[in-house]
Design a protein around this ligand. Structure first.
Ligand SMILES: Cc1cc2nc3c(=O)[nH]c(=O)nc-3n(C[C@H](O)[C@H](O)[C@H](O)COP(=O)(O)OP(=O)(O)OC[C@H]3O[C@@H](n4cnc5c(N)ncnc54)[C@H](O)[C@@H]3O)c2cc1C
Length: 395
């Protein structure tokens, strides 16, 4: 079967004309040069002042990118997507809450999300940030110290603290394994990634013996990650487990480059976008070429990368719904990719965050920033929405 990401009829069938007009308004507004820089600065401040802007945010940007304020509220979106063959990755979107009590609460919430996912037909995965379970400073210390990296801890308190993080992750993965729900571990800043990778590999070794339950995330905007992918594959083969991988380009580019300059070390980021694209597409080919040993999630809004993966599956004679290949885009973006892949029989999902408005503000600000440049996929998004509105008026 051939696929076209231009088909707006498939892409937006789940939206009413009113909802589409709101999306058009939002994407247009985010494209005004001064709106996002100012908006992202004042919104967190306005939220703290207690001014009644909740309602406005909820009806606009929140509705576009988030599934609801509670787990139960996501049901409506989950069911709607399900009608079009689109699955869901549930993301409990609370960020930056530190403290042992909050980490325990988050662990319980992740387990609740897994139990909920198991009652639905179209939620095969949940996603987790290790910073939701562990102190950022601890992860940074573990990342920096080669001695700690070898497993030898020189500080009792930190050793106990890390054991508690491992225990939290173990509890989450254990329930996920029992309920047959995949756990995707997000990648964050490079300076905390090493302990995250180690923990994820450890969990894969335990839970991925028969099928992929735990997935690590590879950020191909880092120039060392293709090598890391191959190394992970070698370890998985040696230890006899299925390697679960989510492939992304990476969301923290400016922050990474700025820190490298400030601290005077070579930037971990590729020299340019073309180099990121090349490594991303090479990683896709590598995974599909080893598809019996690697379960891969192509997590991207890049049409060329999605098309490459789709065509490659065809070339290699894999069915579009192969159990080791999954596609995913963020909720509120790139419906033309998601819904057309679903129509072609692929296993594809929307990454759907949920949480109280004040807690998902950092996520919303990242989406606003990502969509503020009218070049690339965002400009295309707006053009496709306009085209669909025109098509509906004409028909
Ligand atoms: C389902 C899903 C899950 C995700 N999970 C994570 C996660 O766990 N961790 C994470 O970090 N991100 C995650 N992301 C975000 C992702 O990393 C990207 O920021 C986003 O998807 C944009 O990349 P793209 O592949 O969609 O396409 P494109 O729009 O083609 O690529 C944009 C990306 O290319 C890279 N890039 C842009 N300019 C340059 C340059 N000059 N030099 C080098 N590289 C450049 C950047 O990574 C930028 O984000 C996720 C995205 C999705 C869809």
């Amino acid at each position: 079967m051939n696929i076209s990401f231009d088909n707006t009829d498939n892409a937006f069938a789940y939206k009413t004309a009113k909802e589409l007009r709101m999306s058009k308004f939002l994407f247009k507004t985010m494209g005004y040069p001064f709106f996002v820089p100012i908006g992202t600065r004042i919104t967190p401040f306005l939220m703290k002042t207690g001014l009644p802007i909740h309602g406005l945010i909820r009806k606009t940007i929140f509705k576009q990118f988030v599934g609801g304020e509670t787990l139960e509220e996501t049901t409506e979106v989950v069911n709607t997507l399900g009608k079009y063959g689109v699955q869901v990755i549930l993301d409990y979107g609370v960020e930056g809450k530190e403290g042992e009590e909050n980490f325990e609460k988050a662990t319980e919430e992740f387990i609740r999300v897994i139990n909920y996912a198991a009652t639905q037909t179209n939620i095969p995965f949940i996603s987790i940030k290790v910073t939701g379970l562990a102190r950022f400073g601890l992860l940074q210390t573990l990342d920096e110290s080669p001695r700690l990296r070898s497993g030898v801890h020189d500080h009792e308190d930190e050793m106990d603290e890390w054991d508690r993080v491992r225990d939290r992750m173990y509890r989450i993965c254990e329930v996920a394994s029992e309920k047959n729900i995949g756990v995707l571990i997000d990648a964050e800043e490079s300076w905390i990634q090493d302990p995250v990778d180690r923990l994820t590999m450890e969990m894969m070794e335990i839970f991925n013996k028969e099928k992929a339950i735990v997935y690590n995330t590879i950020q191909l905007y880092r120039h060392d990650r293709l090598h890391f992918l191959q190394l992970s594959h070698r370890i998985a083969k040696q230890q006899n487990f299925i390697l679960g991988l989510k492939l992304v380009r990476g969301a923290y580019m400016e922050k990474e480059r700025a820190r490298a300059v400030q601290k005077g070390y070579p930037s971990p980021i590729q020299v340019d976008k073309a180099a990121t694209d090349t490594d991303y597409n090479t990683a896709v080919v590598y995974c599909i070429d080893h598809i019996s040993e690697i379960a891969v999630i192509i997590a991207s809004h890049n049409e060329a990368s999605n098309l490459r993966a789709f065509d490659l599956m065809k070339e290699r004679g894999l069915s579009p719904g192969h159990q080791h290949v999954h596609f995913s885009q963020l909720y509120g973006m790139s419906d033309n990719i998601t819904f057309n892949l679903a129509k072609a029989g692929c296993s594809v999902s929307k990454y759907l965050p949920f949480g109280p408005i004040r807690d998902v503000i950092p996520y919303l600000m990242r989406r606003a920033q990502e969509n503020s440049s009218m070049s690339g996929q965002t400009g295309r998004e707006l053009m496709l929405i306009k085209r669909e509105l025109k098509r509906r008026t004409a028909s």
